[in-house]
Design a protein around this ligand. Structure first.
Ligand SMILES: *Cc1c(COP(=O)(O)O)cnc(C)c1O
Length: 231
């Protein structure tokens, strides 16, 4: 298996080239290294190679890894579905929750964050292709959802996130990313009070370059950095 360092160098080069193709600066795209199922030793290699943001999709797994690794110069993002009964732990562990996918979760995050006299930084997940198997707000639900979220003072809504259908070919994701970009720009133009919409989280190992060309400000890359996950 290639070293994390070598993989990371390649991913950074690809990220930079995609940004430049789109007339953007590579520094404007945040690379979240998705380390779910990756052993702590290999994550440590990644941190030594310069990773600064790690993404996990399970609260319990993240908790164990954070305990094992310490908080050394790394911030942690939650990219997977969050159960309401794990909200308290999630707030203690993660700097950004990408997967705000329902109003009941928003209410619990708001309640817990206010109780701790803080604010929860979240991205609103959009079910861009309206897949039955995926959570998130449909494009039509987005505006009423954001209006509701803008009234929850324990939340700081930082942007939108999407997980389009797994692409069969490289270009398959592009129309979904374009839809997200349009939604993101519309949402910013609504100027709802209390929202700080600046991040668009989209693109994974198979399609992060396309996502950057279409305006992603955060890409979530696992396999291309850490290698294939166990099936
Ligand atoms: C696993 C995962 C990723 C990373 O997927 P790769 O294909 O390994 O890059 C990104 N986002 C979410 C939400 C994930 O669950």
């Amino acid at each position: 298996m290639a070293s994390v360092k070598e993989n990371l160098e390649k991913v950074r080069e690809r990220l930079a080239r995609a940004a430049r193709r789109a007339g953007r600066s590579p520094e404007d795209v945040l690379l979240v290294a998705v380390s779910k199922t990756v052993p702590v030793e290999r994550i440590r290699e990644g941190v030594a190679a310069g990773l600064t943001v790690l993404g996990e999709n399970r609260v319990q797994e993240a908790k164990e890894k954070i305990q094992a690794l310490g908080r050394v110069a790394v911030s942690w993002h939650l990219v997977g579905h969050l159960q309401t009964n794990k909200v308290k732990d999630a707030l203690a562990l993660f700097d950004l929750i990408h997967s705000l996918d329902r109003l009941s979760l928003a209410e619990e995050l708001d309640r817990r964050a206010q109780a701790a006299r803080g604010r929860a930084d979240v991205l609103v997940q959009v079910n861009v292709a309206e897949e039955a198997s995926k959570g998130g707000f449909s494009p039509e639900e987005l505006r009423p959802a954001l209006e509701t979220l803008s009234r929850l003072s324990g939340l700081r809504v930082r942007g939108l996130m999407a997980i389009p259908p797994e692409p069969q070919e490289l270009e398959d994701s592009r129309p979904h990313f374009k839809t997200m970009r349009t939604l993101f720009e519309s949402a910013r133009a609504w100027r709802l009070p209390g929202l700080e919409l600046e991040a668009l989280s989209m693109g994974m190992s198979a399609d992060f370059e396309v996502a950057i060309e279409e305006g992603a400000t955060i890409v979530r890359v696992g396999t291309a950095i850490f290698g294939p996950r166990p099936a």
